[in-house]
Design a protein around this ligand. Sequence first.
Ligand code: FE
Length: 179
Amino acid sequence: MKIIFITAMLSLMMTACAQNKAQVQGAAANQEETFSLNDRIEKSEAEWKAQMSEMEYYVMREKGTERAFSGDLWDHKETGVYVCAACKLPLFSSETKFKSGTGWPSYYAKINDSHVKEETDSAFGMLRTEVLCARCDAHLGHVFTDGPPPTGLRYCINSASLDFEKAEKKADKEKEDKK
Ligand code: FE
Protein backbone atom coordinates (compact mmCIF):
# COMPACT_ATOMS: atom_id res chain seq x y z
CA MET A 1 0.00 0.00 0.00
CA LYS A 2 2.82 2.34 1.00
CA ILE A 3 4.64 1.61 -2.28
CA ILE A 4 1.53 2.38 -4.35
CA PHE A 5 1.12 5.69 -2.53
CA ILE A 6 4.78 6.70 -3.06
CA THR A 7 4.63 5.74 -6.75
CA ALA A 8 1.46 7.78 -7.21
CA MET A 9 3.02 10.83 -5.49
CA LEU A 10 6.19 10.55 -7.60
CA SER A 11 4.30 10.39 -10.88
CA LEU A 12 2.17 13.38 -9.82
CA MET A 13 5.30 15.41 -9.04
CA MET A 14 6.89 14.47 -12.36
CA THR A 15 3.77 15.55 -14.27
CA ALA A 16 3.77 18.89 -12.45
CA CYS A 17 7.45 19.49 -13.29
CA ALA A 18 6.89 18.66 -16.95
CA GLN A 19 3.96 21.09 -17.12
CA ASN A 20 5.99 23.89 -15.55
CA LYS A 21 8.84 23.34 -17.95
CA ALA A 22 6.43 23.44 -20.89
CA GLN A 23 4.99 26.75 -19.65
CA VAL A 24 8.42 28.37 -19.43
CA GLN A 25 9.43 27.09 -22.86
CA GLY A 26 6.11 28.36 -24.22
CA ALA A 27 6.86 31.84 -22.87
CA ALA A 28 10.22 31.82 -24.63
CA ALA A 29 9.04 30.19 -27.85
CA ASN A 30 7.22 33.26 -29.18
CA GLN A 31 10.27 35.47 -28.73
CA GLU A 32 13.14 36.14 -31.15
CA GLU A 33 14.79 33.35 -33.10
CA THR A 34 17.71 31.76 -31.29
CA PHE A 35 21.18 33.00 -32.09
CA SER A 36 24.03 30.79 -33.23
CA LEU A 37 27.43 30.80 -31.54
CA ASN A 38 28.88 31.71 -34.95
CA ASP A 39 27.20 35.10 -34.66
CA ARG A 40 29.23 36.27 -31.67
CA ILE A 41 30.11 39.96 -31.38
CA GLU A 42 33.66 40.71 -30.31
CA LYS A 43 35.02 44.25 -29.93
CA SER A 44 38.09 45.79 -28.30
CA GLU A 45 37.67 47.32 -24.85
CA ALA A 46 38.19 50.76 -26.45
CA GLU A 47 35.33 50.10 -28.86
CA TRP A 48 33.01 48.98 -26.06
CA LYS A 49 33.96 52.00 -23.96
CA ALA A 50 33.17 54.34 -26.85
CA GLN A 51 29.59 53.04 -27.20
CA MET A 52 28.72 52.84 -23.48
CA SER A 53 28.02 55.13 -20.56
CA GLU A 54 30.43 54.88 -17.62
CA MET A 55 27.92 52.81 -15.62
CA GLU A 56 27.25 50.45 -18.55
CA TYR A 57 30.98 49.90 -19.03
CA TYR A 58 31.54 49.35 -15.30
CA VAL A 59 28.76 46.74 -15.11
CA MET A 60 28.97 44.99 -18.48
CA ARG A 61 32.73 44.96 -19.13
CA GLU A 62 34.19 45.23 -15.61
CA LYS A 63 31.55 42.98 -13.96
CA GLY A 64 30.44 45.72 -11.57
CA THR A 65 27.09 45.97 -9.81
CA GLU A 66 24.84 49.03 -9.83
CA ARG A 67 23.44 50.17 -6.47
CA ALA A 68 20.12 48.51 -5.53
CA PHE A 69 17.06 50.59 -6.55
CA SER A 70 19.31 52.90 -8.62
CA GLY A 71 18.63 51.45 -12.10
CA ASP A 72 15.71 52.34 -14.35
CA LEU A 73 14.26 48.83 -14.83
CA TRP A 74 13.92 47.21 -11.39
CA ASP A 75 10.32 48.46 -11.08
CA HIS A 76 9.54 48.45 -14.81
CA LYS A 77 6.26 46.67 -15.61
CA GLU A 78 5.53 47.02 -19.34
CA THR A 79 5.03 44.04 -21.64
CA GLY A 80 7.94 43.30 -23.94
CA VAL A 81 11.46 41.97 -24.14
CA TYR A 82 14.59 42.93 -22.20
CA VAL A 83 17.58 42.90 -24.56
CA CYS A 84 21.34 43.18 -23.99
CA ALA A 85 22.24 46.89 -23.69
CA ALA A 86 25.47 46.23 -25.60
CA CYS A 87 24.38 44.07 -28.56
CA LYS A 88 20.52 44.01 -28.37
CA LEU A 89 20.24 40.22 -28.13
CA PRO A 90 16.90 39.32 -26.43
CA LEU A 91 17.64 38.01 -22.93
CA PHE A 92 14.52 38.06 -20.74
CA SER A 93 10.77 38.35 -21.29
CA SER A 94 8.49 40.58 -19.21
CA GLU A 95 6.38 37.41 -18.75
CA THR A 96 9.02 36.01 -16.38
CA LYS A 97 9.80 39.25 -14.47
CA PHE A 98 8.76 39.27 -10.84
CA LYS A 99 8.92 41.57 -7.83
CA SER A 100 11.89 40.37 -5.79
CA GLY A 101 12.24 43.37 -3.47
CA THR A 102 16.00 43.41 -4.15
CA GLY A 103 16.12 46.63 -6.18
CA TRP A 104 17.39 44.86 -9.31
CA PRO A 105 15.32 43.56 -12.25
CA SER A 106 14.53 39.92 -11.45
CA TYR A 107 13.34 37.09 -13.69
CA TYR A 108 12.57 33.45 -13.00
CA ALA A 109 13.73 32.29 -16.46
CA LYS A 110 15.97 33.39 -19.31
CA ILE A 111 14.37 33.86 -22.72
CA ASN A 112 16.17 30.74 -23.98
CA ASP A 113 19.28 28.74 -23.16
CA SER A 114 21.42 29.90 -26.07
CA HIS A 115 21.15 33.66 -25.38
CA VAL A 116 22.24 33.73 -21.73
CA LYS A 117 25.31 31.82 -20.55
CA GLU A 118 26.23 30.96 -16.99
CA GLU A 119 29.69 30.73 -15.42
CA THR A 120 30.98 30.03 -11.93
CA ASP A 121 32.07 33.22 -10.14
CA SER A 122 34.25 32.93 -7.03
CA ALA A 123 34.93 36.67 -6.57
CA PHE A 124 34.63 38.23 -3.09
CA GLY A 125 34.98 34.82 -1.38
CA MET A 126 31.49 33.75 -2.55
CA LEU A 127 30.62 30.96 -4.92
CA ARG A 128 28.00 32.37 -7.26
CA THR A 129 26.76 31.75 -10.80
CA GLU A 130 27.43 34.70 -13.08
CA VAL A 131 25.13 35.29 -16.07
CA LEU A 132 26.43 36.82 -19.29
CA CYS A 133 25.15 37.71 -22.75
CA ALA A 134 26.16 34.74 -24.90
CA ARG A 135 26.73 36.92 -27.96
CA CYS A 136 28.96 39.70 -26.61
CA ASP A 137 30.00 38.45 -23.14
CA ALA A 138 28.46 41.43 -21.34
CA HIS A 139 28.16 40.78 -17.60
CA LEU A 140 24.46 40.81 -16.69
CA GLY A 141 24.31 39.73 -13.04
CA HIS A 142 23.92 36.44 -11.16
CA VAL A 143 21.40 33.61 -10.87
CA PHE A 144 20.30 32.28 -7.48
CA THR A 145 18.15 29.31 -6.46
CA ASP A 146 15.73 31.21 -4.19
CA GLY A 147 13.34 32.31 -6.98
CA PRO A 148 9.60 31.70 -7.32
CA PRO A 149 7.82 28.85 -9.15
CA PRO A 150 7.83 27.44 -11.74
CA THR A 151 11.65 27.34 -11.89
CA GLY A 152 12.77 28.34 -8.38
CA LEU A 153 15.44 30.50 -10.04
CA ARG A 154 16.11 34.21 -9.56
CA TYR A 155 18.05 35.93 -12.31
CA CYS A 156 19.24 39.09 -10.56
CA ILE A 157 20.21 41.47 -13.36
CA ASN A 158 21.63 45.00 -13.53
CA SER A 159 19.40 47.57 -15.26
CA ALA A 160 22.60 48.93 -16.84
CA SER A 161 23.00 45.67 -18.80
CA LEU A 162 19.48 45.82 -20.24
CA ASP A 163 17.42 47.81 -22.72
CA PHE A 164 13.69 47.31 -22.99
CA GLU A 165 11.75 46.75 -26.21
CA LYS A 166 8.01 47.23 -25.89
CA ALA A 167 5.83 44.48 -27.39
CA GLU A 168 3.91 46.90 -29.66
CA LYS A 169 7.15 48.32 -31.00
CA LYS A 170 8.29 44.83 -31.97
CA ALA A 171 4.97 44.07 -33.71
CA ASP A 172 5.24 47.37 -35.66
CA LYS A 173 8.79 46.53 -36.73
CA GLU A 174 7.67 43.10 -37.98
CA LYS A 175 4.88 44.78 -40.01
CA GLU A 176 7.43 47.21 -41.49
CA ASP A 177 9.78 44.35 -42.39
CA LYS A 178 6.98 42.54 -44.28
CA LYS A 179 6.18 45.59 -46.46
FE1 FE B 1 25.18 41.24 -25.69
